[in-house]
Design a protein around this ligand. Structure first.
Ligand SMILES: *Cc1c(COP(=O)(O)O)cnc(C)c1O
Length: 469
């Protein structure tokens, strides 16, 4: 039996070969911390139960190793998304294209011309980097990239609508998720919210009377107001509803010398209806309708890194770029490099081939079925040993990420009929990398649509392990 007195000393532990390995892997100070931590723990255990089993040098070192691994393991790591939700906000939204990752890698490894003009050798502007791509793709006069779309909305309103009236339809005062409420952000910017219409109906005349009222209330005729149009993103308005077309709202807004800001949310650059989904308003359509400012996310349907993209009239963008908040929410070099690479895919008309999010939407039922079947065949070996029933079922994938509410795409799923689905889901999450699946009718469902091809091997290894156990 070990006693407190013959517990190995730190010095003697440090003499061992295992300790040398730990120091090489984790550094000396942290290894010392871990050894002290483990010894302290043992001393405490001795106090409460002096008859604990013998404590060997080896066991102390292996406990120290577990501790060091726990301390140095990142809490953020890759998972396998088998949920069939393409833009899963909790799972990090859009996976990036190879070219995007390469671009982000190359500017972060070394120095870059982030704010350096290679022509003149003088200070340049970080704002130019994705700007010309966005101009080419959308026809906008000017563009600005910020941290995310939430900060884009806050910045636009702070720069253009502070202390001014901002007119918005009641049906668009939505909460996007994660506590982002359009009315709260509007208030935060110092704008005065003017709600028009009812929850389900808004007419052009509602906009018109609010615009008229603004003119009446203004001391000077030059005070413009702002009309905000926000995409409802995550819910559908159905039934007895009415909403004017954007181009008509723009028209009336301009008649009153006011500005129209369109928060598109997802901001697709392509028509989602070609994948059998509802039509999501595109950036190009908003431009055509005449919106003065348009903002959208980089990591929703666009399929790029987290970013907020603001495009529109140069005079307005110039004002936005000069606002102090612009500095606080600016995009970093990896974002600018990555976003440029993603946008280039659109310019080269190769989005469907290169951008994972678009590729996932474009998968055919035949492709999905053959992947699910390949998984089932591969698992065949393990199944003989367990009593889990495995089938291919038809089911639905969704877009998610606050895009296209209620919209789904037919898919084929690998379905596992296990005894306790919740326990099995938990075991899946304990794999390395963790596998995130869903349950329906007491079955585990895995959707090939959102599993990246390079993760299929790891998925099958994880599943086989669990099915054999
Ligand atoms: C998602 C969304 C936002 C927030 O965008 P983030 O990029 O997540 O900050 C704002 N407005 C609308 C309409 C959205 O759909």
């Amino acid at each position: 039996m070990t006693t407190l007195r013959n517990l190995p000393s730190i010095d003697s532990l440090l003499q061992t070969e295992s300790a040398a390995h730990l120091i090489a892997r984790f550094g000396r100070p942290l290894t010392l911390d871990a050894l002290r931590f483990v010894l302290d723990e043992i001393r405490i255990r001795f106090k409460t139960s002096p008859t604990v089993d013998s404590v060997s040098t080896d066991s102390i070192l292996s406990q120290a190793e577990s501790q060091l691994t726990a301390w140095t393991n990142s809490t953020l790591h890759p998972v396998i998304n088998a949920t069939g939700v393409i833009l899963h906000t909790n799972l990090g939204r859009a996976p990036l294209s190879d070219a995007t990752i390469r671009a982000m890698d190359s500017v972060s490894r070394g120095y870059s011309n982030l704010e350096f003009d290679l022509e003149t050798g003088k200070r340049g502007s970080r704002l130019i980097h994705a700007e010309s791509l966005l101009q080419k793709l959308t026809g906008a006069e000017s563009a600005l990239i910020v941290n995310n779309n939430a900060s884009a909305v806050l910045l636009i309103l702070s720069a253009l609508a502070n202390k001014k009236r901002v007119i918005i339809a009641r049906s668009q005062l939505v909460e996007i998720g994660g506590g982002f409420r359009v009315p709260d952000v509007m208030k935060q910017s110092g704008a005065k919210l003017v709600e028009v219409g009812t929850t389900n109906k808004i007419r052009l005349s509602d906009y018109e009377s609010a615009l008229e009222e603004t003119i009446r209330l203004s001391v000077s005729k030059s005070v413009t107001t702002l009309v905000m149009h926000a995409h409802r993103s995550n819910f559908k308005l159905v039934g007895f509803t009415e909403e004017p077309e954007l181009k008509d709202i723009v028209h009336i807004t301009h008649q009153y010398n006011s500005i129209l800001v369109d928060d598109l949310g997802s901001g697709a650059l392509y028509d989602t209806s070609k994948y059998g989904l509802a039509h999501e308003p595109t950036v190009q359509e908003s431009m055509q309708a005449g919106a003065d400012i348009i903002c959208f996310s980089g990591d929703k349907l666009l399929g790029g890194p987290q970013a907020g993209i603001i495009i529109g009239k140069k005079v307005l963008l110039d004002k936005i770029k000069k606002h102090p908040l612009a500095r606080a929410v600016r995009a970093d070099k990896t974002c600018l490099a990555g976003l440029s690479a993603t946008l280039t895919h659109y310019l080269k008309d190769e989005a469907e081939r290169e951008i994972p999010v678009v590729k996932m939407m474009s998968l055919t039922l035949n492709q999905l079925r053959s992947r699910a079947e390949a998984w089932m065949n591969e698992l065949g070996q393990g199944l003989a040993l367990s009593n889990v029933e495995v089938e291919i079922e038809s089911g639905l994938s969704t877009v998610g990420g606050g895009s296209l509410p209620d919209e789904s795409m037919p898919t084929f799923l690998l379905s596992l009929n296990v005894k306790s689905p919740d326990k099995f889901l938990k075991k899946l999450r304990q794999q390395n990398p963790p596998i995130i699946a869903r349950t329906e009718n007491n079955k585990i469902l895995l959707d090939p649509r959102t599993v990246l091809p390079e993760q299929e091997g790891a998925l099958l290894v994880g599943l086989k392990k669990l099915l054999k156990a």
